[in-house]
Ligand binder design. Structure first.
Ligand code: PEP
Ligand code: MN
Length: 449
């Protein structure tokens, strides 16, 4: 990697939606200083790792692997603790073990982690009791507390994003290669969950089946070393372009640009304007890229995005993450999948069953119903089955802790229960139990496919 100036690869003067209003302006002293610091820092991930992930996505796009992406809506600096990181990794590994067994195919494990610190917002401002302040845009930009000082964007936070991501990734790499991810250990955790009386015998039977398969492999002399490490990739929304561009470097092997702030980055529903700065950015980097597609997306939009981001149809380059809502997935998704398939373009189709299913309770909590989440996933599988395409994966907002942010699931969290442990800084996440339930239910769909 070299850190020679590469601004010239990005088209100047394009509109960038959802950017913070930094003090002193977009070209002010503060932001320029933060960017200068970031440019000197080493990469968080390596270009070769991004290429490995791309190759695995190519496999999934051809129907030979399943994608599991999960983590916070927005990470916070305060929650980057050993316990919180471990619980999130543990949850994703547990889900992956269940999916892998029932899908009989590799599962690509990806955290919304080590970089997911910035949020697009519907409004620039927030008003409470007659006081109007800038909206919270994630720890990358400002602080959640409702005071002028907290809400004023501070570019030095971008440097803290880098440092917190580095610390998080360090722990992720240690956990996933240092024995913690041993498949037999993951299975022991799942057994504990599945025998919980709140869920009945249903999951226990599935967990026992995995146990027997593991015992069989061990008794047959399969090298247990292979069970001990897993590949785990980092991902986040490429939202704050100063940060992403400062961490874009030229790969010395190929002379091409990679965003080394994460293995996989995606462009959100609110920033994917074809002629906007985010799409220009995504088109210039070599990482595997995701694009969120909401219910208003037309087949023409999808084809234009393919043309912009992957005109050569490079395998694994492009993932479409659909987020239609349970009520619309069966109606809206078929035309998109059909048009893309007919065009000959190969993409990975992933279902985000979270962002189309958010509502506010009468008591003011942003929440999601577990049943709506599951219904959207079910609709996603139905559509792909009908069209003969691969339901390639799921994208989930989750945490490893026992929070009460989404209603329903085996613990039957009610709207009244939400107040108990509602901790998210932005969107509601599935808790540990709900996440595992989702994994078992998706596993059944994969098996019955
Ligand atoms: C998100 O993934 O947190 C998000 C903001 O999603 P979307 O771009 O789909 O609204
Ligand atoms: Mn979200």
């Amino acid at each position: 990697m070299t850190s020679s100036p590469i601004e010239s690869i990005f088209t100047p003067g394009l509109v960038a939606a959802q950017q913070p209003q930094w003090p002193g302006g977009a070209d002010g002293e503060q932001i320029r200083s933060a960017v200068a610091q970031l440019k000197k820092l080493p990469p968080l991930v390596f270009a070769g790792e991004c290429d490995n992930l791309k190759a695995r996505i190519a496999e999934a796009a051809e129907g030979r692997a399943f994608w599991l992406q999960g983590g916070d809506c927005t990470e916070t600096f305060a929650a980057a603790t050993a316990d919180s990181i471990r619980n999130r990794i543990k949850t994703i590994l547990q889900m992956a073990a269940v999916l892998q067994y029932f899908a009989s195919m590799p599962v690509i494990k990806v955290g919304r982690m080590a970089g997911q610190f910035a949020k697009p917002r519907s409004n620039n401002d927030e008003t409470r009791d007659g006081v109007t302040l800038p909206a919270y845009r994630g720890d990358a930009v400002n602080d959640l507390a409702f005071t002028l000082e907290s809400r004023t964007p501070d570019p030095q936070r971008l440097v803290q994003v880098y440092n917190t991501s580095a610390a998080t990734l360090n722990l992720v790499r240690a956990f996933t290669t240092g024995g913690f991810a041993d498949l037999r250990q993951v299975h022991e955790w799942n057994k504990g969950f599945a025998s919980d009386p709140r869920f009945g015998a249903r999951y226990e039977q599935l967990a026992n089946e995995i146990g027997r398969a593991l015992e069989f492999m061990v008794s047959a002399g399969v090298d247990p070393e292979a069970f001990k490490t897993v590949d785990f990739y980092s991902s986040h929304e490429a939202l704050i372009l100063e940060y992403e561009k400062a961490l874009t470097r030229i790969d010395s092997r190929t002379g091409l640009a990679y965003d080394v702030s994460g293995h996989f980055v995606w462009v959100g529903e609110r920033t994917r304007q074809l002629d906007g700065a985010h799409m220009d950015f995504a088109s210039k980097i070599q990482n595997p890229i995701g694009i969120k597609l909401g219910p208003k997306t037309t087949p023409e939009d999808a084809l234009a995005m393919i043309q912009k981001l992957n005109p050569s149809n490079e395998p694994g380059r492009l993932t479409f993450i659909t987020r239609m809502g349970a009520g619309q997935i069966r109606e809206k998704l078929p035309a998109l999948v059909d048009a893309v398939t007919k065009s000959g373009a190969v993409v990975l189709w992933v279902c985000d069953p979270m962002h189309g299913n958010t509502y506010e309770t009468s008591t003011g909590y942003k929440t999601r119903k577990f049943d709506d989440v599951m219904d959207e996933v079910r609709g996603f599988f139905e559509v792909h089955k009908k069209l003969g395409t691969h339901p390639g994966g799921v994208h989930i907002e989750l945490t490893g802790d026992d929070v009460t942010e989404c209603v329903g699931g085996g613990e039957q969290i009610s709207e009244a229960d939400l107040a108990g442990r509602y901790e998210t800084a932005c969107d509601p996440r599935l808790n540990h139990t709900q996440s595992l339930e989702l994994a078992f239910l998706v596993a059944e769909m994969l098996r019955d496919r």
